[in-house]
Design a protein around this ligand. Sequence first.
Ligand code: ADP
Ligand code: MG
Length: 355
Amino acid sequence: MAQIQIKNLQKTFSDFTAVRNSSLILEDGKFVVLLGPSGCGKTTTLRMIAGLEFPTSGQILLDREDVTYRRPRERDIAMVFQLFALYPHFNVRENLAFPLKNEGLPKAEIHRRLEEVAAILRIEHLMNARVGGLSGGDRQRVALGRAIVRKPKAFLMDEPLGTLDAEFRELMCVELRRLHDRLQTTTVFVTHDQNEAMALADHIVVMNGGQILQADTPEGIYHFPSCMFVASFIGRPSMNFVPIREAVLQGQDVIQVNGAPVEVPRLDETCSQAVLGIRPEHVRMSDSGPVRGEVSHVEYFGSHWIADVQTATGRIKAVSPKGVVPAVGGHVGLSFQTERIVMFNKDTELLLDSA
Ligand code: ADP
Ligand code: MG
């Protein structure tokens, strides 16, 4: 069990900064997901935590102890790679025992740990099978077994489900979460897939351009995104943005949105204009809603339809009411659930705090 802290972490490759001044505390026992688009610095961050890469500046602390320049094996944390380095000619038992023999554990202890891990992962029946002949899923489970058998202080996983097909990925998500609930070992899991992040995480850390933009619970990230990037990266389809120039120009602190007052957070010289953000499921669509528009496009999401409505203030996406299939070209009215509105500074794209 371990708390992992990164402090002002920076990594520069020649003149390119892959990770920029990142600070974060990963609490003991939590499942933390680093989420962001390709190239945003997730792998580099993880490799620095693992000790596979040294930072240009900044610190990494494991249980408050500085491990920044320690080698990987001196950190007692396990990295689970996407391409599992199992020994195909060994059987499952031998693969699982390998890291323990390396550590010089006594035979009886190795036996006890193997039994325990086999039971946790439900691979008792595979212990004598050759790894080369296993299905992808069983192999994945063995790889997980190899990581947990050492009882490390933390697990680091870099897109471990990346190569799996959708159905199997979902199964492995459930498996991983169950494993974490049982072992409660601090886990840092990297992915670019928001669904994986939402399904697995206690805390999500959203990154972009080498920077940490927000660290919060999945609900916090979804409902109170710290900036417009997070708001559009999380949730499908992404949040609607509507500029509200007039209110700001007139210095109002309350504006009328479809007849209801909405408080505008205090604006200062850093903010010349505000942008209203609202998720499609918080826009009501009806015949009589106050914001009029024409349906330009519809998309089916299985449980509901989303209509793309062209209004005077731009395109707004709205979830269609239950049982109503929106017609392209039809005229509809929209109303916003005003309590769900968030506001951003148009210049910095940061959330405007109403405090
Ligand atoms: P992610 O895992 O989020 O896709 P990475 O951490 O792998 O991103 O990479 C972040 C950026 O740093 C990318 O632009 C990548 O090209 C660059 N980068 C990563 N490793 C190196 C390296 N060893 N040398 C030069 N550039 C690198
Ligand atoms: Mg990566």
